[in-house]
Design a protein around this ligand. Structure first.
Ligand SMILES: *[C@@H]1O[C@H](CO)[C@@H](O)[C@H](O)[C@H]1NC(C)=O
Ligand SMILES: *[C@@H]1O[C@H](CO)[C@@H](O)[C@H](O)[C@H]1NC(C)=O
Ligand SMILES: *[C@@H]1O[C@H](CO)[C@@H](O)[C@H](O)[C@H]1NC(C)=O
Length: 348
């Protein structure tokens, strides 16, 4: 595929090094123009955004950490467990599972786009960003007993600044193949669409001793974890596409289905993935040997599916838990420590 995607390597390093921002130590405070130069792998418009808005950069670094954490949590029960997102800061190489325009890459791009905008929108609310503040109060009249108040997450600002930074590498003229850029831009937009739908009404009770006679409500974003679960569902039903002429220009169109344009709410990918069962460096698969599996589960973490039929080895683990807890008047609790042996399984 090197011939098909000649510049892909260069382009992907740009993107992946954005993720490698997640390795930036929390203690670094980005405070100088020089620091924007020190941050690895940004394209020129990203560096410009960094110089003009250092505060925002701090938030984006935080978002890169969130992407990694959330991806690994969301895929903890799958054969592909997002371990390849962990890119060392000095990486000159990346794992092929994320560079080939696969379903996994589709998920990671969508999650990254959603997370950057989510983190910025929240940072407006918490006061971490001085250039923005609470989102607007909704125009609609609240139901009786409710009133608008509090501080809405500033999704509008999050989407504008987030897409500006996130999409910059994909909008560069000379980076990557057209097909891949279209794929990543599309999936980033899907991520942001899921984020828009995650802006929900949140309320707090007021009134005499918790009577809740009046509720103050605002528009807040759901947690990233939930957004990632929505994207995981889209990952599981992602559509394989090909890059071919549609009308006057080349577009992504579904491969196997009759001619219809790609839908705005579906993740798309260009290349099929490995089954991630065994180690295959070329495909970026680390395999599932030694992964923990669940003997009674019927899902993707079941020993059958996780171990790809190779079988599994049991081992025992000693758990220490608090037990026989007693409440003492007033006001403390004492507990004993109990040990419990549990059986666990890892793939052969
Ligand atoms: C910026 O950070 C560096 C270290 O990272 C520190 O030495 C310097 O004093 C900081 N400058 C300002 C203006 O805060
Ligand atoms: C993912 O799976 C690999 C391969 O079994 C394992 O080494 C790694 O620790 C796992 N990562 C996470 C975050 O669970
Ligand atoms: C295994 O799966 C079952 C059924 O889904 C679940 O109830 C149980 O908590 C799981 N065990 C572990 C150790 O995750």
């Amino acid at each position: 595929h090197a011939r098909i995607f000649p510049c892909l390597k260069h382009y992907l390093l740009l993107f992946l090094s954005t993720l490698s921002l997640s390795h930036t130590p929390a203690s670094i405070y980005v405070n100088q123009t020089q620091h924007c130069k020190m941050l690895p792998g940004m394209v020129s418009s990203q560096a410009q955004l960094c110089r003009s808005n250092l505060e925002l950069m701090q938030t984006i670094i935080q978002a890169a950490r969130e992407v990694k954490k959330t991806c690994q949590k969301t895929f903890g029960d799958m054969r592909w467990n997002c371990s390849s997102i962990d890119i060392p800061p000095d990486a000159t190489k990346y794992r092929p599972d994320l560079d080939r325009g696969t379903r996994e890459a589709a998920f990671v791009y969508a999650l990254s786009a959603a997370t950057i905008s989510h983190t910025i929108a929240r940072a407006c609310t918490t006061g971490d960003l001085r250039l923005c503040s609470c989102g607007p109060i909704p125009a609609e009249i609240p139901e009786p007993g409710y009133r608008w108040g509090g501080c809405a997450d500033n999704l509008h600002y999050g989407l504008i600044m987030g897409s500006k930074f996130n999409d910059a590498p994909m909008k560069m003229k000379r980076s990557g193949s057209h097909a891949n850029k279209l794929m990543h831009l599309h999936n980033s937009e899907v991520g942001r669409q899921v984020l828009r739908e995650a802006l929900v009404k949140k309320c707090k009770c007021h009134g005499v001793s918790g009577s809740c006679s009046i509720r103050t409500c605002w528009r807040g974003l759901q947690d990233l974890r939930e957004i990632a679960m929505d994207l995981k569902t889209k990952y599981l039903s992602a559509t394989k596409v090909v890059h071919r002429p549609m009308g006057t220009r080349k577009q992504l169109v579904p491969k196997d289905i009759d001619i219809r344009p790609v839908r705005e709410n579906e993740l798309v990918y260009l290349q099929s993935s490995s089954d991630f069962c065994s180690k295959n460096d070329k495909q970026g698969s680390v395999g599932t040997q030694d992964r923990q599996c669940n003997r009674t589960s019927l899902g993707s973490d079941s020993c059958d599916l996780m171990c790809c039929g190779r079988g599994y080895n049991p081992y025992t683990e000693k758990l220490v838990e608090r037990c026989h807890c007693k409440y003492h008047w007033c006001c403390y609790v004492t507990c004993k420590k109990c040990e419990r042996i549990v059986e666990r399984y890892v793939c052969k």
